[in-house]
Write a protein that binds this ligand. Structure first.
Ligand code: KIV
Ligand code: ZN
Length: 401
């Protein structure tokens, strides 16, 4: 096993290329309060495209005229990515989505219907046979409009495997090119999610003609783990959002998926087309336009992700960065690691901070400053550079009294 963050030792074949489907502009926008304006959506789409996202789900065109306009504009402007529009299993939705993506270099209609008994009985009030007919009719309709059709079995993880296989079979026969099996309510565990993909792929004829996709919600905090486990079951598309925003507890976080694959290439021998050095910028942009702060301890992009406070960790980092960092901050577009000065900091970090601030103290002056720094850190939550400068200057002034 290697922990070298720049390691390219593990080679991956085309079959192990994982397609990144970003749904920040659709499922992410369903995060309560995260609505984006037309201009903001365009800005986010441009950033995702530059970053190397393969498919941008730009919105839900039937939802509003604004969403339709945004999806159409993104479809017309995006240079590399496929642009997808979401549609329920209703002809009017599908036609509207088809219209919205028709100017894209590569346009996709993403249509979905619920398949679980709980949704069929209480929400759709339809029988299994009726839903199978709907799948055939709606996927056929979409396929008559575009070449690239994704079909999703909403609430797949609470659907019986036999019926799920029948639905997938119907969608493939009607022309779907990607089959998405979402964990809509964030209920699955990694082992069972991987097993579901394995079983469906084994049982449904022509499974090898389509790409299987994951779409995980984070209700139990397992969205990223489930998405990665599904790769083991044969999925090769992951649906995710920047900062993990999305309905309820959110979706699988794009930055975590990408960096897990990059950092643990020994256990996850796959590749994505993402330029990881843009992750930090994308995170800041999405946070700014949605007004959703990123939690301090958020993996990869949180402000503490490369900050060290304990004396032992600071000492390790100063000697050799990989003692306490499994990826470099530069690899995700963060300037550099930071040593946060606080009551847990030790002499080594304090000395390095003084050097950074331009001080060279003799041993006695250093000890005196260190004792006063510790006492200040006990009283004050954040010790800033200015606090340290003040206490050192004060010590120097005393010596000259
Ligand atoms: O969570 C879900 O099932 C969805 C579908 C529309 C794919 O967002
Ligand atoms: Zn979703």
């Amino acid at each position: 096993m290697t922990t070298d963050p720049n390691s390219t030792e593990v080679r991956v074949s085309d079959a192990d290329r994982v397609v990144i489907f970003d749904t920040t502009l659709r499922d992410g926008e369903q995060c309560p309060g995260a609505t984006m304006t037309y201009e903001e959506k365009l800005e986010v789409a441009e950033c995702l495209d530059q970053m190397g996202v393969d498919i941008i789900e730009a919105g839900f065109p039937i939802a509003s005229d604004g969403d339709f306009e945004a999806v159409s504009a993104i479809a017309g402007r995006v240079k590399n990515a496929t642009v997808a529009g979401l549609a329920r299993a209703v002809f009017a939705d599908i036609d509207r989505a088809g219209d919205a993506v028709k100017h894209a270099k590569r346009g996709r209609i993403h249509t979905f219907v619920s398949t679980s008994p709980i949704h069929l009985a209480h929400q759709m009030r339809k029988t299994e046979a009726e839903v199978l007919e709907i799948i055939t009719a709606t996927v056929t309709r979409a396929r008559n409009l575009v070449e690239d059709v994704e079909w999703s079995a909403m609430d797949a993880t609470r659907t019986g495997i036999d019926y799920l296989c029948q639905c997938v079979d119907a969608a493939i026969k009607a022309g779907a090119t990607t089959i998405n099996l979402p964990d809509t309510v964030g209920y699955a565990t990694p082992e069972e999610y991987a097993a579901m993909f394995r079983m469906v792929r084994e049982r449904v004829p022509s499974s090898d003609k389509v790409r299987f996709s994951t779409h995980c919600h984070n209700d139990l905090g397992l969205a990223v783990a489930n998405s990665l486990a599904a790769l083991d079951g044969g999925a090769r598309q992951i649906e995710c959002t920047i900062n993990g925003i999305g309905e309820r507890a959110g979706n699988a976080a794009l930055e975590e998926i990408v960096m897990a694959i990059k950092t643990r290439a020994d256990r996850l021998p796959y590749a994505t087309g993402i330029d990881a050095t843009m992750l930090s910028r994308a995170s800041r942009l999405v946070s700014a336009v949605t007004n959703f702060p990123v939690q301090y301890n958020k993996a990869i992009v949180g402000r503490n992700a490369f900050a060290h406070e304990s004396g032992i960790h600071q000492d390790g980092i100063l000697k050799y960065q990989q003692t306490y960092e499994i990826m470099t901050p530069e690899s995700v577009g963060v300037g550099k690691s930071s040593l946060v000065m606080g009551k847990h900091s030790g002499r080594n970090a304090f000395r390095s901070k003084l050097k950074e601030l331009g001080y060279e103290l003799g041993e006695n002056a250093f000890e005196d400053a260190f004792v006063r720094f510790k006492s200040l850190a006990d009283r004050k939550k954040h010790v800033y550079d200015e606090d340290i400068e003040a206490l050192v200057d004060e010590g120097i002034a005393h010596m000259h009294d």
